[in-house]
Write a protein that binds this ligand. Structure first.
Ligand code: SAM
Length: 233
């Protein structure tokens, strides 16, 4: 269970009503039952239920069972698409081990209204379901030009360029922090592509012989990055 509260052994921590209801009403757990909790920053702990009802409850935090296992320093930057597909991208990025998720507004981005709180809730749920101890940060949406203006020079960029469809090429295994960039349904504009190709730290890549939908492209790109540079090496 994720607790939005910095955790340490010996603390008494309040439960939100929905979490208390889930533990008592859905899981049928009562006082003294021990569950696993994490806060996304301090690792995983045992916690015993002191009290839980529909209206709220408290947990006593016990021994730490796992340290924080942060993923490699990888950002997933993607242009938001339709709501359900954007939710999918965030969920899969959290499962695949992105450290930070950045919604990027490009020239051809249609869905400009991004509910960051909703995306954060999806990232938390995904971390809970895959047994992670880390929850990726979800950044506020940023325009592509602004993101590139402030780009940290040590961070390599895997630029997924749909015009390279069918071409082969390798992702270099440059050490250090990385980011993956996925465009919107309409792809990148010529101006954006020219700027991205001109960046020293950007590596334009193809994701294979067919144009993928943006949500498929995000999972394929994260897999390619993982096999070249990430936890799977
Ligand atoms: N029109 C489709 C849609 O409705 O989803 C295609 C979207 S595709 C243009 C969206 C993004 O996925 C691209 O901007 C690119 O970042 C990535 N992408 C998809 N297929 C790719 C490929 N074969 N190689 C590189 N990038 C790809």
């Amino acid at each position: 269970l994720f607790l939005d509260h910095p955790l340490a052994e010996g603390q008494t921590v309040p439960l939100e009503a929905a979490q208390a209801h889930y533990l008592s009403g859905v899981m049928r757990l009562g006082p003294g039952a021990v569950i696993s909790v994490f806060d996304g920053r301090s690792g995983e702990f045992d916690a015993s239920i002191a009290q839980a009802s529909k209206r709220g409850g408290t947990l006593e935090i016990g021994a730490q069972t796992r340290p924080l296992q942060p993923p490699p320093d990888l950002w997933l930057c993607f242009a938001p698409i339709k709501k359900a597909r954007t939710d999918f991208i965030v969920e899969k990025a959290a499962e695949m081990g992105a450290a930070r998720i950045v919604p990027v507004l490009t020239e051809f981005t249609n869905s400009e209204r991004v509910r960051v709180d909703r995306l954060r809730a999806h990232a938390i749920e995904a971390a809970e379901q895959c047994g992670g101890t880390y929850v990726p940060q979800v950044a506020e949406p940023v325009k592509l030009a602004k993101l590139l203006d402030g780009w940290p020079e040590e961070r390599s960029l895997m630029f997924c360029d749909e015009t390279l469809v069918g071409k082969t090429g390798r992702l270099p295994d440059t050490p250090g922090p990385w980011a993956v960039l996925i465009g919107p349904e309409g792809g990148f504009s010529d101006k954006e592509r020219a700027r991205l190709r001109g960046l020293d730290h950007a590596h334009p890549v193809s994701l294979g012989p067919r144009i993928l939908r943006a949500d498929t492209a995000a999972v394929a790109a994260l897999t390619l990055w993982q096999t070249t540079l990430g936890d799977w090496r």
